[in-house]
Design a protein around this ligand. Structure first.
Ligand code: GAL
Length: 753
């Protein structure tokens, strides 16, 4: 197998194994893929041409990819801090076994324009920060001694490269922020494979496999595998390279890929002595006049938009952080769809969507602005590069082939649509627009409709791709009425979407708060548009999304308010406030006595299966004041009970790592949440204070240290070094008890030296 990443092992999809060169290639194959993520030398800002072989890089800093060209505060920084040309160098020796083979370097993503040189030979600049690029190093290699790969990376907002040229409401950051590999292949090799399951719902289902072959002809064998079991195979003698199509038929018993059982298969292609594997899933995904159908079943799409950026380092976090985001969307926010606004995102994120059963709308880079012809050519290339990278992901159901919220441009969008349809006839296209009467060249009418009530669907295939966002920017610590209203606005939109099958569903703006330019957002370079904050910590509105799952998946009860007597304009309690729950009935106790009961508000939310409950907590007596307890009932039985402190005191500091076992590969990473909580574990919304962290062992802290809590919480990330051991993290707060956590770091992975 030559999958270049980890293998997932846990049910949650979060326990990852590191790659090793042994894992990346089948022993029978001549292909070898070597990780080149460690031991880069980073020279910071470019002061001279660093591409010459004898350039003195002795003062450069050793770094590991994914890498951000600068580490930043989590807000209130200047984007010009990362908008510069930086220089990277990587020395390596070509493995003995590579002799007589072709050797490529594969960059998965570097922001935003890369001039790459090998041993002083410069390749043409690659323009684009979101799609992969490769160079054939073969003729330029030193097969017996040191080789030097140099990269001059322009991370400024260059007007000639999408999405730049106008204003954009997000930051792109800088650096070689995704992985790099050295790929050794025989002279006849597989360049790409598109394996398209067809007739998925019928017994004559098959997989049409388009193999893009290079170099000598040879024997082509394609297998469908379920783990080690070969489910079907087909062989063909290839006379001349190029596109070669074969069909896998008589597949036997096949399990469909679905939201609850996202079953995956491997398609293994052998061509001469080369071998390449890709993962697929059998599912039929169609937007129809009656909404979206997955495997013939109607599914109302409930999604949020995701920007790929994190605090401190932009998008430069390794696979585990990408997986965690997908996990949060699927299992904490209970979504069935995510839009990769506004560009192709990490393959690790998409792999996680495949594994977890989360549908994806993926789109090309762009935001409102369309450049001149050259720019448009690059954008059309982005369509092709995105699809050629991602066409095998069963989670992807729609290609976004318009610049987000741009004006019409007939000839340009004829090209983007044609490119998508030619390369991948199996998927429909969408083009995210904000002009209701704009020209429709795509299959699905994908509309950012920020108004309420929503517009009537004006096309039989209609998907709302953004709502709420800037129209009701809300912070985790905002005043009680705003937080409640933010939650209800999301609920109202989904209620209307649920009222009519012609709405395929909706994708709210957005999942996580994100860094932006000074002319957008809240004045600190953040758009507080998320239902979760920039650290991925839930706001009240997250509770609405969560409460839409079935109780057999999880029983949910989330308050959309802070338990207090005087934070509401009316005082005497929080007012009449939402509780988001999939229970049938609630009982509310204050200071141990029954205060009231509530049923789902089916009047205001007639179409939602699990409407919010409006609980009357207004005009409360201030004495006795005490804890709030809410019990949730299903079938007459208490199935969940939650308590909130009435003491108004910080009870404890919590230090919560997402993972306590990491790999010593130099890039593995986990989030550590820092929270001040009441005695029941609820975040103390207005707790402040400073948390000082000390780390011992093979890791480093990515983030601010000391960390100033905002709204009682925040997070840093812990990144491993390339060694095994135990990381001891100690967190000190001014007046709460010190906390310690341990993270075990196991083995290191193989790396090209
Ligand atoms: C939309 C845009 C998004 C974001 C959002 C804020 O118009 O497509 O990128 O800026 O507004 O609500």
């Amino acid at each position: 197998m030559n999958r270049r990443d980890f293998i997932t092992t846990s049910v949650a999809g979060l326990a990852l194994l590191p790659e090793t060169s042994a894992q990346t290639s089948a022993p029978s194959s001549a292909r070898r893929v070597y990780s080149m993520n460690r031991d880069w030398l980073f020279g910071g800002r470019k002061t001279a041409d660093c591409t010459a072989v004898d350039f003195n890089d002795s003062t450069f800093t050793k770094v590991t990819l994914p890498h951000s060209n600068v580490t930043l505060p989590w807000h209130s920084f200047d984007d010009r801090d990362y908008e510069f040309i930086s220089i990277y160098r990587r020395h390596f020796r070509v493995p003995e076994s590579a002799k007589g083979h072709r050797v490529f370097v594969d960059f998965e993503g570097a922001m935003a324009a890369s001039t790459v040189a090998i041993n002083g030979h410069k390749f043409p600049e690659f323009r684009g920060g979101y799609t992969p690029f490769s160079f054939d190093l073969t003729p330029h290699l030193n097969w017996t001694g040191d080789n030097v790969l140099a990269v001059e990376l322009d991370s400024s907002e260059r007007a000639d490269i999408p999405p730049f040229g106008g204003n954009i409401d997000y930051l792109t950051f800088g650096g070689i922020y995704r992985e790099v590999f050295l790929r050794v292949v025989p002279n006849g090799y597989i360049e790409n494979v598109f394996a398209e399951p067809q007739n998925v719902l019928n017994t004559d289902r098959k997989v049409v496999v388009r193999c893009y072959l290079e170099g000598n002809g040879g024997l082509l064998t394609v297998e469908l595998r379920d783990g080690e079991r070969v489910a079907a195979t087909v062989s063909d003698q290839v006379g001349k390279p190029g596109l070669h199509e074969v069909t896998l038929a008589s597949l036997g018993d096949i399990k469909l890929w679905s939201l609850t059982t996202p079953k995956l298969y491997d398609v293994v292609v052998k061509y001469g002595t080369d071998e390449h594997a890709t993962r697929i899933g059998f599912r039929e995904a169609r937007f129809t006049p009656k909404g979206f159908m997955l495997n013939g079943e109607h599914i109302k799409l409930r999604g949020l938009n995701r920007h790929q950026t994190f605090p401190y380092v932009g998008a430069a976090l390794a696979a585990r952080a990408q997986h965690r985001d997908a996990y949060i969307l699927k299992h904490e926010l209970k979504l069935n769809l995510v839009r990769t606004s506004h560009y192709p995102q990490s393959r690790h994120f998409l792999d996680a969507c495949d594994e977890l059963g989360l549908l994806v709308l993926e789109e090309i880079p762009g935001w409102q602005h369309i450049g001149e012809n050259d720019w448009q050519d690059l954008s059309v290339r982005n369509v092709a590069d995105m699809i050629r990278r991602d066409w095998n992901h069963p989670s992807i159901i729609l290609w976004g082939v318009r610049i987000n919220e741009s004006h019409d441009n007939h000839s340009f969008y004829v090209r983007t649509n044609k490119t998508a349809h030619d390369l991948d006839p199996s998927r429909q296209t969408g083009g995210i627009r904000y002009l209701y009467n704009s020209e429709l060249l795509e299959d699905v009418f994908t509309m950012n409709d920020f108004g309420f009530p929503l517009r009537e669907p004006n096309h039989p295939l209609y998907l709302n791709t953004e709502f709420i966002g800037h129209t009701y920017s809300t912070k985790r610590i905002d005043q009680i009425e705003r937080v409640a209203e933010h939650t209800l606005r999301h609920a109202r939109v989904h209620d209307q979407l649920a009222s009519d099958d012609r709405y395929a569903g909706g994708i709210g703006w957005c999942a996580f708060d994100y860094n932006t330019h000074g002319n957008f957002g809240s004045g600190d370079r953040i758009c507080y548009h998320g239902v979760s904050d920039i650290f991925r910590l839930p706001k009240a509105a997250a509770g609405f999304y969560k409460s839409q799952c079935e109780p057999n998946e999880e029983i949910v009860l989330e308050t959309a308010f802070n338990w207090s007597s005087g934070d509401h304009s009316g005082a005497g309690g929080p007012g009449i406030v939402p509780v988001c729950s999939n229970c049938e009935h609630l009982k509310v106790y204050i200071a141990g006595s029954l205060h009231g009961e509530a049923d789902p508000d089916r009047k205001a939310f007639a179409n939602l299966k699990y409407p919010p409950f409006m609980v009357d907590l207004s005009n409360l007596p201030l004495d006795p004041w005490g804890d709030l307890r809410i019990d949730g009932y299903i079938g007459g039985k208490v199935v969940i009970s939650k308590s909130y402190s009435g003491r108004g005191m910080d009870a404890k500091l919590l230090v919560e790592p997402d993972d306590v076992a990491l790999f010593g590969d130099g890039s593995d990473v986990t989030r550590v949440v820092l929270r001040v909580a009441d005695e029941f574990g609820n975040t103390q919304q207005f707790a402040s204070g400073v948390v000082t962290l000390t780390l011992e062992g093979p890791g480093e802290i990515i983030g601010e240290n000391p960390f100033g809590l905002v709204g009682g919480a925040g997070a840093v990330w812990i990144k491993t070094k390339a060694e095994a051991g135990v990381i001891h993290l100690t967190a000190k707060h001014q007046y709460l008890a010190e906390q310690k956590v341990e993270i075990t770091v196991s083995g290191t992975s193989a790396e090209l030296v």
